[in-house]
Design a protein around this ligand. Structure first.
Ligand code: TYM
Length: 331
């Protein structure tokens, strides 16, 4: 049995990228492994959310975790800030993380571009906070999308460094995970390489989206005037539509449109109509459950309370042992 840790930032509703990159793995892993899934609210502070929005966003991710099929009886579901041991681990790791390696991190460089007015120290040390989440439970597997690969490399670096510095074999080496295969990157609808909330209007399809909203976004997806030669290579925006169809549609639907493309008969309007229908039916079971669970205030609170207790049990044991390794002693 592996120990599994992963989290999602509470920046709004979960989208299909979160689902196929992470959540789908969470759901299957909870049956076999010792799993800790959390809502990364400390991480979300790097973008300065409004205090009035923070709790609602955290709660929404909790509701969507549950609606997607995470079972609090099988796994530990918790809110990152409910486990302040995370912050202590983060402090310890920051002492052994070097500015140069943090500055070289791709996600930091991207953020500098996205929010030049707010390049805070939390952004720089984002990878050490993420490493703290992971090693706090001594995880060996971390289900994430492709965009998190470098953060996992850094986590291994930090945990190996800790072991070397203190001459212990304490932290295992955590590996990024996606059903034992390659990590995935789900593309967006507006020609952008990645589906994401901050990638522009209309780019992401959310699990909670109403059918009409999905139809509108899909019909607006970027395409071109179509192939002019048989078996032509697909430009990026077209590849994106095919890739989205691959994850939500039946295999014969996908091969029908592949064939249409390869013989230059494709009508993107028809393809997008079909993609919208398949996305609507894919998200339908989530939509209804999200509404039902969200209305059950007592249940959501109970899940968060139990999760906090279970996560703290594991986290406090690690922190106790780490303090001892570092050399802190009680008077
Ligand atoms: P976040 O909140 O940006 O995304 C949550 C998860 O969804 C995946 N994901 C995608 N996968 C494929 N295609 C996409 N278009 C796509 N968009 C998002 C992400 O890879 C991620 O797995 N730093 C993390 C949260 C975090 C974490 C952790 C994860 C904090 N601590 C510890 C694992 C372990 C983040 O910002 O993910």
């Amino acid at each position: 049995m592996e120990t599994v840790v992963s989290g999602i930032r509470p920046t709004g509703n979960l989208h299909l990228g979160n689902y196929f990159g992470a959540l789908r793995n969470f759901i299957s892993m909870q049956n076999e492994h010792n799993c800790y899934f959390f809502i990364a609210d400390y991480h979300s502070l790097t973008t300065h959310p409004t205090p009035g929005d923070l709790h609602g966003n955290v709660r929404q991710v909790m509701v969507e975790y549950l609606a997607a099929g995470l079972d609090p009886e099988k796994c530990t579901l918790y809110v990152q800030s409910d486990v302040p041991e995370t912050a202590e681990m983060y402090l310890f790791l920051n002492m052994n993380a070097y500015i140069g390696e943090l500055e070289r991190c791709t996600s930091f460089k991207d953020k500098i571009r996205q929010q030049p007015q707010n390049v805070n120290a939390g952004l720089l040390t984002y990878p050490t906070l993420m490493a703290a989440d992971i090693i706090l439970h001594k995880a060996t597997k971390v289900p994430v999308g492709k965009d998190q690969e470098q953060h996992l490399e850094m986590t291994r670096q930090f945990s190996n460094r800790f072991n070397r510095m203190y001459n212990v074999e304490y932290f295992p080496e955590p590996q990024a995970f996606n059903f034992g295969n390659e990590l995935v990157k789900i593309p967006g609808l507006n020609g952008s390489g990645k589906m994401g909330k901050s990638e522009g209007e209309g780019n992401a399809i959310f699990l909670a989206d109403e059918p009409e909203a999905i139809r509108k976004k899909v019909m607006k997806a970027v395409t071109d005037s179509g192939p002019t030669e048989p078996n032509q290579a697909k430009p990026e925006a077209i590849q994106n539509i095919f890739q989205l169809m691959k994850v939500v549609s039946a295999p014969d639907t996908l091969s029908f449109f592949e064939e249409q493309y390869n013989t230059c008969k494709i009508r993107y309007g028809d393809m997008k109509k079909q993609l919208a229908v398949d996305m609507i039916s894919f998200t339908e079971p989530f939509r209804d459950k999200i509404k039902a669970i969200s209305a059950d205030e007592a249940y959501v609170s109970r899940v968060a309370r139990i999760g906090k207790e279970k996560a703290q049990e594991s986290a406090s044991k690690t922190i106790r042992e780490v303090r001892e390794i570092i050399g802190f002693k009680r008077f």
